[in-house]
Design a protein around this ligand. Structure first.
Ligand code: 0FX
Length: 232
């Protein structure tokens, strides 16, 4: 049977992964959502997906698509999400950031999409151990590597619907962009154990992103990040 898959992604890693899937398995089309900024990838308004699109595919995979899939889409075609977190912990925005802060499990989850964010039945997941010296950036690299391996390993079974998905053991917790924005502002008078500050700054250190900041006496934002180095 000819099975056609649509991958919707707004992320450069995920775009290469989708291209790899197409090379290996064939019949994988790639699109980005309205918020995507990928070059040379067709754009689709996920909230308005046309019947013609739904009829063309029997599987739609979100790999870091920033637009939510609406009810009519998930009810019309099988929809799967690849999430860079270990559901149900830290569903939503930048899961590794919150795992570094609260010590909860980190990893990758491939799950069926329902109407809530990163919430549906779990098809497969892989835990990634983080170290005390991981930053968001180094954790993300590990997660992207695991995500690629897991999807390549499971794609055929997912496409052929040869899996048993299970309901997560709890609702877990959900972080939104505003939660991330909230932890980026450092209150200089905040009191607490040094470990908490260290973890927070590790969690906000991600390559060149200007995440953590405090407000200087002149009212300007001063951005900060950490450099950690493990002895040889
Ligand atoms: O695509 P993605 O890796 O993932 C995000 C959500 O975390 C994920 O749960 C959701 N399913 C997906 C649709 O969107 O995010 P990104 O490519 O925007 O950012 C990748 C990493 O970069 C992120 O985990 C943390 C870091 N980052 C990114 C931005 C834009 C920062 O530290 N600061 C930033 O301002």
């Amino acid at each position: 049977m000819n099975r056609k898959t649509l991958v919707i992604t707004d992320n450069t890693y995920a775009k290469s992964l989708a291209e790899e899937l197409n090379t290996l398995f064939g019949d994988v089309d790639i699109a980005q959502s309205q918020t995507g900024q990928l070059k040379e990838v067709s754009r689709i308004d996920v909230s308005q997906v046309a019947r013609s699109v739904i009829e063309k595919y029997d599987l739609v995979i979100s790999i870091h698509c920033k637009q939510m899939f609406p009810k009519h889409l998930i009810e019309s075609v099988r929809c799967i999400n690849v999430h860079p977190g270990f559901n149900p912990y830290n569903r939503g925005w930048y899961p590794q950031v919150f795992s570094i802060i609260d010590g909860s499990a980190s990893g990758v989850t491939i799950h069926e999409i329902d109407e809530l964010i990163d919430h549906g039945k779990i098809i497969v997941q892989k835990k990634i151990e983080l170290t005390e010296w991981d930053t968001s950036g180094s954790a993300y690299k590990k997660i992207m590597k695991a995500e690629r391996q897991l999807l390549l390993e499971w794609f055929q079974r997912i496409r052929d619907e040869e899996y048993v998905a299970s309901t997560p053991h709890s609702e877990g917790n959900l972080n939104l962009k505003k939660d991330f924005d909230g932890i980026c502002k450092i209150q200089l008078d905040e009191i607490g154990p040094f470990r908490c500050f260290l973890d927070r700054l590790r969690a906000l250190t991600h390559q060149n992103h200007r995440n953590a900041y405090f407000i200087s006496k002149t009212g300007k934002k001063v951005f900060l990040s950490l450099q950690l180095e493990l002895e040889e």
